[in-house]
Ligand binder design. Structure first.
Ligand code: ASP
Ligand code: MG
Length: 428
């Protein structure tokens, strides 16, 4: 008998019928002889609707109250799910995040889990109940106020529960079949991965893959939780996200073929590029600029500085950041233009970022050459490049991103035989 933690996203519990379908799936797992703990998201677009409502009564809603409001979405789905399970003749008990012992810091809207004390969850399991926990929320021990973990936080709830309870697996259910070599809506030839290492998954999630949330993957890696990402709408195996050491073991046992050099291609249209033109090419300017940008709250990703034209003693610096951070960063930079001494600012929100991720890059050469050749053959111009140990990212024109992703996917031999099944899913 195993202890299984399952997480169901908002699209899996969007209405009464879906809640009943999920209840049946949970009951089936229980019938298989397993203990089951479920973390559930708010129904459908509830969180967005609550955010809209808050914006209608207050331009900047008080963070404490906003968290209370948003946490109610998951309370609705948890209670309904427990009722549905009850009516199928099984004992089920639902708990809010705080009842389940999810202790967080005090950062409203983006709280971090600092401790999990699931004594009530354990008691309920011992008494034979299926446990349903409201995702995405916790309580701050000092203030005793309710907090939320940030958008998509239910994945983290599930992984944190799995870690604290020592669960055998954390199954994350959404409306897609697992982790693919690319977003199947962008690259129809994408294939489902049977396994992916947590470090590769982190890079894919950080660079646009939406199927799993980065903080949940991070938490899982730190605590050794095995994630199985799969679909609510089918019973087929999804994708296992495992630590590199476990994957190496599996490979040694012959369960898996040799690790491919590239695991997947991620695309991201959510970034903008800011170019600061005519920055004096003297020590300290980059520090000044990025201090200003950081103070505006922007999260900088790639940075490129051009060689200065010797005659002018000036250089251009470009960086990328989330589109939603661009206005604040531009305002902050413009306010300091005279002090920093740059000439002008250019804002470009028509960029696309393409990333190729694979642990095999560490030990293989020529991986970036393949990328650049594929893009050049397709006539796609590269505007920026950045790399990590297991990732190469390029910025291209946004309207060329789809074409770029397809040719690169083909160039690395990732194409599957048939087009992937897409249930028009959001991955949530
Ligand atoms: N309901 C929250 C959101 O939509 C949390 C989640 O779905 O994981 O972001
Ligand atoms: Mg949601």
């Amino acid at each position: 008998m195993a202890l299984i933690v399952q997480k169901y996203g908002g699209s899996s519990v969007a209405d009464a019928e879906s809640i009943k379908r999920v209840a049946k799936r949970i009951v089936d797992t229980r019938r298989g002889g397993h203990d089951v703990v479920v973390a559930v998201s708010a129904m459908g677009d509830t969180t967005d609707e609550l955010l809209d409502l808050a914006a209608q009564v207050a331009p900047i809603p008080a963070p404490r109250e906003l968290d209370l409001l948003l946490s109610s979405g998951e309370r609705i789905s948890m209670a309904l799910l427990a009722m549905a399970i009850h009516s199928m003749g099984f004992e089920a008990r639902s708990f809010t995040g705080s009842q389940a012992g999810m202790m967080t810091d005090g950062t409203h809207g983006a709280a971090r889990i600092v401790d999990v004390e699931p004594s009530r969850v354990r008691e309920a399991l011992d008494e034979g109940a299926i446990v349903i926990v409201a995702g995405f929320q916790g309580i701050n021990r000092d203030s005793q106020d309710i907090t939320t973990l940030g958008r998509g936080g239910s994945d983290t709830t599930a992984v944190a529960l799995a870690a604290a309870l020592g669960a055998d697996v954390c199954e994350i259910y959404s409306d897609v079949d697992g982790v693919f070599t690319a977003d199947p809506r962008v690259v129809p030839r994408a294939r489902k991965l049977s396994h992916v290492s947590s470090e590769e998954m982190l890079e894919l999630a950080a660079n646009g893959a939406k199927v799993l949330y980065i903080r949940a993957v991070e938490y899982a890696r730190r605590h050794g939780v095995r994630i199985h990402a799969r679909s609510t709408f089918s019973s087929s195996e999804g994708t296992w996200v495992l630590g590199g050491a476990r994957l190496a073991e599996l490979a040694a046992e012959g369960d898996q073929m040799e690790e491919p050099i590239v695991a997947g291609v991620a695309t991201d249209l959510s970034q903008a590029k800011i170019t600061i033109i005519g920055v004096p090419d003297i020590p300290g300017k980059a520090a000044e600029i990025f201090k200003i940008v950081a103070k505006s709250g922007a999260n900088v990703d790639m940075i490129v500085q051009n060689v200065s034209a010797a005659a002018t003693g000036r250089t251009d610096i470009s960086f990328t950041l989330p589109k939603t951070d661009a206005a604040a960063a531009l305002r902050a930079l413009a306010a300091e233009q005279a002090d920093v001494g740059f000439e002008s600012l250019v804002h470009d929100d028509q960029i696309g970022k393409l990333s190729v991720v694979g642990a095999g890059m560490r030990s293989h050469s020529g991986v970036s050459a393949t990328l650049f050749e594929a893009l050049s053959a397709a006539g796609v111009n590269i505007e920026m490049i950045s790399t990590s140990e297991i990732r190469i990212s390029v910025v291209v024109r946004g309207d060329e991103l789809v074409e770029a992703a397809r040719v690169v996917h083909t160039a690395y031999g990732l194409d599957g035989g048939d087009d992937a099944t897409v249930y028009a899913g959001s991955g949530r």
